[in-house]
Design a protein. Structure first.
Length: 631
């Protein structure tokens, strides 16, 4: 028979017959925290052994109690709940039974238990203290508890392992988790494949070359948002536009130096790909030697060839003759110092400033834009023939120089406003929207192999406006989107059937709205004003007869305060039709910007970059009219 006792710790000792010899101190901190918070939930199993009682089962609890007493949490006089077994009981058998019959709680049950504690008001930090584990461990378990019930059921059934469940936890969208789960065979799918399937298309991994170049800390300091994975070291950058801007800004530090080399253009492109480079021509470095240097170079080559031929004729079995090695070194020294690009060819070529695969800045020189490849070929042909007249004719049509004026950052901000306004206007013009959608798809099929000539970015891929937030255009788009979300099914699985059931006008209207959201008409620092994407945006502006005065009013904060004093004075002349007054000429830039903002009120005047093209296309009337807005 067994009986219940309450004994002081000083009267207890470890029983030599206890079978647990390995890992007796593992997890002791967690056990201490549990006993300190909840008390001793299971009594110690003891047997009389001389003047003391030996702890036959529960020695880890005994060690935890001793540690708590040492820490001052348990007083020396506190008694411990024990159960004494019969004197003749087999101590080894009792210890073995206590350690083997026990059934471990399934981890999923622990996830749920921690989640219930949080729902009843316990914070992760409080839970961590109560159970003696790190707060990060609690956060991970709570994250796993929020995985779709279907995933957890599969885990309990042994269809998924813990690493796979952790991969599903990389997304908070249970519907998406279930969609991915339905498409995989867990037996052959590793966690990384699950994470890849759940990663939103716009998220940029921290291993991306642009992220490596800019640096995560710099991105965060610029208010960039990051999504982390609790179970891996992976981080994802959620603002591609900001990352691009920071990369361009950092790369731009090299621009002045490269321009000084004599190239006709320098383009910053952080994500320069092979397709874009391949569309360009290329010039190569050559030996640029003065007449005297060329004579010396040719003489050294003749001497080296003679010695090398004699050496080969003798069998070439011995080491190279010393004089041949010396001549080859002299030739190499001349080549290293005289290798460069031909100045005439450089007038038709340029350089890309980009980022290599290791996240380092890379200068790629000698590229010739597609529109100048024929000109380069004509010049090279004329040079081969020694026809100086033909060379001069080939060089007559030079690439246009970069436009000077307002800063690239202000241009980007203003054109971001235009891009948002273009979306809002197109969203309510189904006829032009349908034409734009058809053009975007068919243009890529019949004319181009890439999307660089369209301002519809990756067609049906939404473009966000980081620089033109809280504007009339974005408010309109938000209202329109809310109306559509109320109409379409909440469950993606039902969306296809919904589309099949709609009439033509509804589908065209939805297609128009989605087309509008994909517009990217923002001119960034890496863009030439006449690049195909911006030219296409200009076509849409003309077709829609976009009036930017309905969407943007220049003031001291968003425009005049960001340009030079000379530009403000020039704008005042244009706004008023009169030259600036002597008082205005004496004003500081800040005062003058405020004056210009007052003068422009009610005029509808816009900065040049926001004005509609002069040669407006003749267009069909949109099906929906819009009243003049109060700005």
């Amino acid at each position: 028979m067994s009986k219940t006792l309450y004994l002081k710790l000083s009267s207890l000792a470890v029983d030599d017959a206890n079978v647990r010899k390995t890992g007796v101190t593992e997890g002791l901190e967690e056990l201490k925290a549990s006993i300190a918070t909840h008390g001793l939930l299971q009594p110690l199993i003891v047997r009389k052994q001389g003047k003391k009682y030996a702890v036959t089962a529960g020695q880890r609890r005994f060690f935890a109690l001793q540690a708590l007493q040492k820490d001052g949490i348990h007083a020396k006089d506190d008694e411990v709940h024990c159960v004494e077994v019969e004197a003749g009981a087999d101590a080894t058998e009792i210890s073995l039974a206590e350690n083997t019959v026990r059934l471990q709680m399934h981890p999923a049950d622990q996830f749920d238990a921690f989640n219930q504690l949080q729902q009843t008001g316990s914070t992760p930090a409080e839970i961590a203290v109560r159970f003696g584990c790190a707060e990060s461990t609690v956060l991970k378990l709570l994250k796993l508890a929020r995985v779709s019930p279907k995933i957890l059921s599969a885990y309990r059934a042994g269809e998924l392992n813990l690493e796979q469940v952790q991969a599903f936890a990389s997304s908070d969208d249970q519907q998406q988790q279930e969609s991915v789960f339905s498409e995989i065979n867990p037996e052959y799918t590793d966690p990384d494949q699950i994470r890849d399937a759940l990663t939103p298309e716009g998220d940029i991994p921290h291993t991306d070359k642009r992220a490596l170049y800019v640096g995560i800390d710099t991105y965060i300091k610029a208010d960039g948002k990051i999504r982390g994975d609790l179970f891996t070291e992976s981080k994802f950058l959620l603002d591609p536009a900001l990352l691009h801007e920071l990369a361009v800004k950092k790369l731009a530090k090299s621009e002045k130096k490269i321009c000084g080399e004599g190239w006709s253009w320098v383009e910053i492109d952080p994500d320069l790909d092979w397709d874009k480079r391949n569309r360009h021509g290329h010039i190569h470095e050559d030996l640029i030697l003065a007449p005297e240097q060329r004579t010396q170079y040719e003489e050294l080559q003749v001497q080296a060839d003679l010695i090398e031929n004699e050496w080969y004729e003798s069998g070439g079995d011995s080491d190279k003759p010393k004089r041949l090695v010396e001549l080859e070194d002299e030739i190499e020294t001349i080549e290293d110092g005289a290798r460069g690009y031909d100045p005439q060819e450089m007038t038709l070529a340029g350089a890309f400033i980009t980022i290599d695969r290791n996240g380092k800045a890379e200068i790629m020189r000698g590229y010739v834009k597609p529109e100048h490849k024929a000109q380069l070929a004509a010049m090279q042909s004329a040079r081969a023939k020694g026809d100086e007249t033909a060379i001069a004719e080939a060089l007559e049509t030079m690439p246009e120089p970069k436009l000077q004026g307002m800063s690239a950052s202000l241009t980007e901000t203003l054109t971001d406003h235009r891009s948002a306004a273009l979306k809002a206007t197109l969203a309510l013009n189904p006829q032009i929207g349908l034409a734009a959608a058809v053009h975007a798809i068919a243009d890529g099929i019949f004319y181009k192999t890439d999307r660089s000539g369209s301002c519809l970015n990756s067609f049906a891929s939404r473009q966000y406006h980081r620089l033109a937030k809280d504007t009339i255009a974005n408010d309109e788009l938000d209202r329109e989107e809310t109306q559509w979300r109320d109409r379409i099914p909440g469950n993606e699985a039902h969306f296809w059937l919904w589309c099949l059931e709609q009439d033509r006008d509804t589908l065209i209207a939805l297609l128009t709205f989605c087309t509008a959201l994909s517009i990217d008409a923002t001119q960034r620092k890496s863009d030439k004003p006449d690049c195909p994407r911006l030219q296409h945006a200009g076509m849409l502006v003309k077709a829609l007869k976009l009036d930017m005065s309905l969407y943007f009013r220049p003031d001291a904060e968003n425009y005049f305060g960001k340009i030079s004093k000379d530009m403000i004075l020039a704008d005042i002349t244009e706004i008023t039709g009169n030259p600036p007054s002597p008082a205005q000429l004496r004003m500081k830039k800040g005062e003058l910007a405020s004056v210009a903002a007052r003068l422009v009120e009610g005029t509808g005047w816009l900065p040049v970059v926001l004005r509609a093209p002069h040669d407006a296309l003749e267009t069909v009337q949109p099906t929906s009219s819009r009243k003049k807005r109060a700005v």
